[in-house]
Design a protein around this ligand. Structure first.
Ligand code: HEM
Length: 386
């Protein structure tokens, strides 16, 4: 009996001591610093709301720690004063925008969303699908042409100047395409394999090359546009060619003039429309267009246009390169040597061949030009007709 009473007393004492200690701690809390005189003087309502026109300094006194109004302005793209260098130094966060396929959000975020959610995955898929489709077509159909044996008589298809213009644009395009693909997809495909250091050096070198070859491509593209425009104008028979895809997917090849309707589509869509969009936006990104300031907004829009135009252009020129190399017998030779056998011209560009046979077009334009200049024209023969 006595032992349990002592235990109760001891427990009560401990509990009381603990209670007292706790009360002591509460009591010991330092009292909050009194509100500075001005806010206190203004009464409870004024303290809660920022005063219109109150700058950060004043608010730091009236409402210490409340930077919400400043960040609301920053987020609202209101120009303020900063020590940052550059064009838009006063605007830290860009205004809200909505690009196709993105939320309404700040421009930088919208651009990032558009690039990472649409341009990279779908652009990459388009490139890979085009490659696979061309490979499947080649495996199924093989190279087109070569139905008739060579005659041994050669016709000039491309003059020296046309070939020089073509290979300048082709060479610079391939450099731009490869360096562009590394800039867009290298992070996913090369970085894991090469590691940061090597990939870093590679992408800096290719980006620099891209920036310098871009303007060269622009000049070569302009020359090609002018050089080939006349023979890419629409003619009778082009629609029929397009509707039958030139007979490429079975049956006889549809007659066409110097360039068939498929080549004309590549010219007007690929070289003209997409080429000009790619070059124009590229020159903005290179900061070479006078009067176009390199603001974040301009760079983002130029980048989106550049990405869309070049990804579509690469898919289209994969087709052009396919037809210009393994897809059609004798095509590459035409752009390498400048001449084709009459049989090739008859098979693929019958209406053009008719005009040459009828004398409406000289078989050797560069020689005709020389003849006008007084040189004796001699039409070369095909040394080894196949
Ligand atoms: C490695 C890349 C390329 C290869 C192998 C290639 C190959 C060829 C070949 C073989 C031809 C002659 C076709 C025929 O006789 O009808 C040709 C024509 C042509 N190529 Fe390319 N090409 C390439 C890149 C380019 C690029 C990048 C452009 C322009 C941006 C281009 C523009 C043209 C034009 C305008 C023609 C004349 C046909 C026409 O005007 O429709 N090529 N190419």
């Amino acid at each position: 009996m006595i032992r349990s009473t002592r235990a109760i007393v001891q427990f009560a004492a401990v509990a009381a001591a603990a209670l007292l200690l706790a009360c002591g701690l509460v009591v010991a809390q330092p009292a909050p610093a009194p509100a500075p005189a001005s806010a206190a003087a203004a009464g409870p309502a004024a303290v809660a709301l920022p005063q219109p026109g109150e700058d950060n300094g004043a608010r730091a006194i009236s409402q210490p720690g409340n930077n919400a109004p400043m960040w609301r302005e920053v987020r609202g793209a209101v120009a303020g004063a900063t020590t940052l260098p550059g064009l838009e130094k006063g605007v830290l966060i860009q205004p809200l925008v909505q690009y196709p396929g993105t939320r309404v959000t700040t421009a930088g975020e919208a651009w990032r969303e558009l690039r990472n959610r649409w341009l990279i995955p779908y652009g990459g898929a388009l490139f890979v699908i085009t490659l696979l489709a061309l490979a499947a077509f080649y495996l199924k159909r093989g190279a087109i042409g070569g139905r008739h044996p060579d005659t041994g008589r050669l016709i000039e298809r491309f003059t020296y100047f046309e070939r020089a213009a073509h290979w300048s644009v082709a060479g610079s395009f391939v450099i731009l395409a490869v360096s562009g693909l590394v800039m867009a997809f290298g992070k996913f495909l090369l970085l894991p394999v090469m590691g940061g250091l090597l990939f870093g050096w590679l992408s800096v070198a290719l980006k620099t090359l891209h920036n310098f070859v871009g303007p060269l491509f622009a000049v070569a593209l302009a020359v090609v546009l002018v050089t080939f425009v006349r023979d890419n104008l629409p003619r009778a028979g082009d629609l029929r060619w397009l509707l039958r895809l030139g007979g490429m997917v079975g049956g006889e090849e549809i007659a066409s003039h110097r360039f068939n309707a498929g080549e004309k589509v590549v010219y007007w869509v690929g070289v003209f429309v997409l080429g000009i969009a790619a070059v124009g936006s590229g020159l903005v990104l290179d900061q070479l267009i006078p009067g176009v300031q390199p603001t974040r907004g301009n760079m983002q829009v130029a980048h989106i246009v550049h990405d869309v135009a070049t990804l579509l252009m690469m898919a289209l020129f994969l087709l052009h390169i396919y037809m210009g190399t393994v897809g059609m017998r004798g095509a590459l030779a035409a752009m390498k040597t400048g001449s084709v056998d009459e049989a090739w011209a008859r098979e693929h560009h019958a209406l053009w061949c008719d005009d040459i046979e009828a004398g409406r077009i000289p078989a050797w334009r560069s020689m005709a030009a020389d003849a006008e200049g007084g040189a004796a024209p001699v039409a070369p023969q095909n040394p080894a007709p196949t």
